[in-house]
Design a protein around this ligand. Structure first.
Ligand SMILES: [Zn+2]
Length: 196
């Protein structure tokens, strides 16, 4: 059965979301078709605002202002910096409630084949921040993968002399992600960090 073009269009958009297949997307679209007009337009407006989302100038976390609620808090004086691959990893660590230092979000890992080098990840900004904020301990909470491992080695090589880098211990297989770990595993991984 052919659904109206409007529904098909919504289904196509929704099925681009992670974890949402065609079936689920269709269920969502059909459910929304029953909503009140104001509720649907308000959802559309909320989604539209995502394009105006800002990022913290220090760590790269989504933020309402120049600085996020972590960089603009008492944690700002911390000498411990946790480097993560993505915002979702940062959110997962924050949810675990075990880390009280600062973050730096790379937005990816080194991948020469995809054209992602040190510049794309802002590694010079990372090193500048480590120096300027006198960060003594850098925790590399980068997910284990060939590229992730190479990224950790690279950062370790360019670390300022009076700072040290440690990589978090993992109980997850290669290719796994912090995003999908429970709070307990994350706090254990943070505890079991090893010097690079
Ligand atoms: Zn921040």
């Amino acid at each position: 059965m052919e659904l109206p073009t409007i529904i098909q269009d919504v289904v196509e958009h929704l099925s681009r979301l992670p974890g949402v297949g065609g079936k689920t997307a269709q269920r969502y679209a059909l459910a929304m078709a029953k909503w009140h007009h104001e509720d649907v337009t308000s959802l559309g407006r909320a989604i539209g605002q995502i394009t105006e989302l800002r990022k913290c100038i220090k760590c790269g976390m989504f933020s309402d202002d120049d600085l996020c609620h972590i960089c603009d808090s008492t944690r700002a004086g911390s000498s411990v910096l946790c480097v993560v691959e993505n915002i979702s990893d940062c959110i997962a660590i924050e949810k675990s409630g075990t880390f009280r230092g600062l973050y730096y979000i790379l937005g990816g890992v080194l991948n020469p084949l995809m054209g992602i080098g040190p510049d794309e990840l802002g590694l010079d900004r990372l090193i500048r921040r480590i120096k300027e904020e006198e960060i003594g301990e850098v925790i590399l909470a980068i997910n284990p993968s060939v590229e992730g491992d190479a990224t950790c080695s690279y950062i370790n090589q360019i670390m300022p002399e009076d700072s040290s880098a440690q990589r978090i211990g993992f109980g997850i297989p290669m290719g796994g992600s912090l995003e999908y770990l429970d709070a307990m595993t994350i706090s254990k991984a943070l505890e079991n960090k090893k010097k690079m």
